[in-house]
Design a protein around this ligand. Structure first.
Ligand code: FRU
Length: 527
């Protein structure tokens, strides 16, 4: 097995696309990545395993790559953690800390980390043609991994049974491991339970419901206190769908409801189409209904989001893959291809009586440590008015990401634009607009630079956003080839990749037809 990985992709020279390499988003050094896997916090370290091709920068030879971070912004890549071999590819899954040594892989004093991953069996395997769930374990805090000898531990003789997310359930049904996985082509989340991670009993199914035009992949299930109230716990079920997401192609939807240790029951308000949208015969009705579903992200490039296990203080932190299967293999970067989204801390808040997710990027770094880079404020402005005019923002310092925080009172303006990574003549850039008449936030990357590498890349996405007391609050992170927008405190998130064809991109605010008031504007950089 190690010889397999020794033959991995040789060192490649930096290419001219290195200007797209992000500063605070994880990319593999010179290979391909997709879904985040096995996210776990252990001993002060965040571990990010990921779908990785150790041999090249397109999808294939799926193995678990590995990176670690103490602040969720700066990552160190390590050797491949779990490698594919002649019989299986290693598809997505999760990692738990086996505190009670239920699996026997560690000891009570030194718990093993246990990975539950999907074996995608190849022709050389007796299980050829099926996807089943397998284990690997680490007794050195996640740095090296052994495959369990009796894999797979759970099979349904299905070709599309994958992406297990395992967590410790403590509740009315006692204490046990619970697995959520998918029957991808049947748009079903399947629930299992186990005492020892090795033997699993079926609990229930959920789905199809809401967005079900594509395969269901990479589910997650976790409890959160609504507005921090420990008496009001709701469960969030994440179901990624590809294709058929609201912005086209890949995306993540979620449901809010209850999990009683056996089955998930969604709150009525979180299910617009109980039988699924694919059953709606009118495309217009289906597309309108898609807008009513709950989405983690309304942009084109946030997929396979799942959460960390074992994070203290009840915090729930997600990372997604910042890409879309529509064009993933063709992104114009070399030698690496693809990155993760920023880590996003999620909370539940009541909106008109229904619990909804809000997301904040983790920018402060946690735990704080001496020597970590800090945000340096470049500019603060008092309230001012923009009338049919434009304001140039400071540039990002080379090699840094730009963090823009703006509270805007659109007032009489017809449209308020934030043009990012653009040219000085305003003809180029990715444009985030707020259209006051339609109350829509629109992200348009049609003139953003290199869009021609794939016919589906040029795109415009829009999402309804209500002003709060007349105010639009934006937090935008721009990092070389990506824009992540957190609007209204993270109630709405939009993530898009962008490949500007200028070496000195400019960022502008502008107002069309009327005047808007900037109540707050802060621009800072993160290295
Ligand atoms: C999602 C996915 C998963 C699968 C993995 C394979 O992007 O298709 O369902 O486990 O990627 O790389």
């Amino acid at each position: 097995m190690s010889s397999y990985i020794d033959a991995a992709r040789p060192e490649t020279a930096p290419s001219e696309t290195s200007r797209f390499r992000p500063a605070i988003h994880f990319t593999a050094r010179n290979t391909w990545l997709n879904d985040p896997n096995g996210l776990v916090f252990y001993d002060g370290v965040y571990h990010l395993f990921f779908q990785n091709n150790p041999y090249g920068n397109v999808w294939g030879h799926m193995s678990w790559g590995h990176a670690t971070s103490r602040d969720l912004l700066h990552w160190t890549e390590h050797p491949v953690a779990i490698a594919c071999d002649e019989e299986e590819d290693i598809y997505s899954g999760s990692v738990v800390v086996d505190r009670g040594n239920t699996s026997g892989f560690g000891t009570a004093e030194a718990p093993a980390l246990v990975a539950i991953y999907t074996s995608a069996y190849k022709t050389a395997s007796e299980h050829s043609g099926t996807q089943a769930q397998s284990l690997a374990y680490s007794t050195d805090a996640g740095m090296t991994w052994q495959k369990y000898g009796n894999n797979p531990v759970l099979t349904r003789n299905s070709a599309n049974f994958r992406d297990p997310k395992v967590f410790r359930y403590e509740g009315d049904q006692g204490s046990c491991w619970v697995m959520v996985a998918v029957e991808a082509q049947h748009q079903k989340v399947v629930f299992y339970r186990s005492e020892d991670l090795k033997s699993w009993d079926f609990l229930s199914n959920f789905g199809p419901a809401n967005a079900d035009a594509g395969e269901w992949e990479c589910p997650d299930l976790f409890p959160l206190a609504v507005d921090g109230d420990p008496e009001n716990i709701k469960w969030v079920l994440i179901v990624n769908v590809n294709p058929g997401a609201v912005a086209g192609g890949s995306g993540g939807q979620y449901f809010v409801g209850n999990f009683d240790g056996i089955s998930f029951t969604p709150d009525p308000g979180s299910v617009t189409a109980p039988e699924g949208l694919a059953s709606l015969s009118q495309p217009a009705a289906a597309s309108a209904a898609l807008q009513q579903c709950l989405w983690l992200d309304w942009g084109r490039d946030c997929y396979a989001s799942v959460s960390f296990s074992n994070v203290p203080d009840g915090r729930r932190i997600l990372i997604g893959w910042m890409n879309n299967w529509d064009y993933a293999n063709e992104l114009p970067t070399d030698p690496w291809r693809s990155s993760m989204t920023l880590a996003r801390e999620v909370r539940l808040t009541a909106v008109n009586g229904s619990a909804r997710l809000i997301q904040q990027p983790v920018l402060a770094g946690a735990p704080a440590e001496e020597g970590l880079p800090t945000a340096a404020d470049l500019m603060d402005a008092d309230t001012f008015e923009l009338r049919n005019s434009a304001l140039r923002l400071p540039d990002a310092v080379p090699g840094s990401a730009l963090i823009i925080e703006a509270d805007i009172l659109p007032g009489s303006a017809k449209r308020f634009d934030v043009r990012l990574l653009g040219s000085s003549d305003a003809s180029k850039g990715i444009v985030l607009s707020y259209d006051t008449a339609s109350a829509q936030l629109v992200l348009d990357r049609r003139q953003s630079g290199n869009t021609g590498f794939h016919g589906k890349f040029a795109s415009v996405e829009s999402v309804p956003v209500d002003l709060e007391n007349g105010v639009l609050k934006l937090l935008i992170v721009v990092d070389h080839c990506s824009v992540e927008v957190f609007a209204q405190g993270g109630a709405v998130v939009l993530t898009d990749l962008v490949f500007p064809d200028t070496d000195s991109p400019e960022n502008w605010l502008s107002v069309e037809e009327g005047s808007a008031t900037i109540l707050k504007l802060a621009v800072s950089t993160l290295f």
